[in-house]
Design a protein around this ligand. Structure first.
Ligand SMILES: [Zn+2]
Length: 81
């Protein structure tokens, strides 16, 4: 009984770990710097592509993530002001 409970918790832990590994992969990709107030993401095209996603960058130095692929975008030109 006790052993069964422990096994269940371990498998839950593995699921959570797998999820955080996926986030770590995204965090290894540098933030994409764009000029202007709008980033357009297509996931890089090809097999990893997705429909065009318009990402509004309302303020300088704000990082927005694409809701499809998780790529992060920031506006560079606003920071130059
Ligand atoms: Zn994307």
């Amino acid at each position: 009984m006790r052993l069964h409970t422990r096994t269940y918790q371990e498998s839950e832990y593995k699921l959570g770990k797998h999820r955080s590994n996926a986030l770590e992969l995204i965090e290894k990709i540098p933030i994409v710097e764009v000029e202007g107030e709008m980033a357009i993401c297509d996931g890089g095209g090809g097999a990893l592509g997705h429909p065009l996603e318009y990402i509004s960058l309302q303020r300088p130095n704000v990082v927005e993530s694409c809701k499809y692929c998780g790529l992060r975008y920031s506006s560079r030109s606003w920071a130059d002001h």
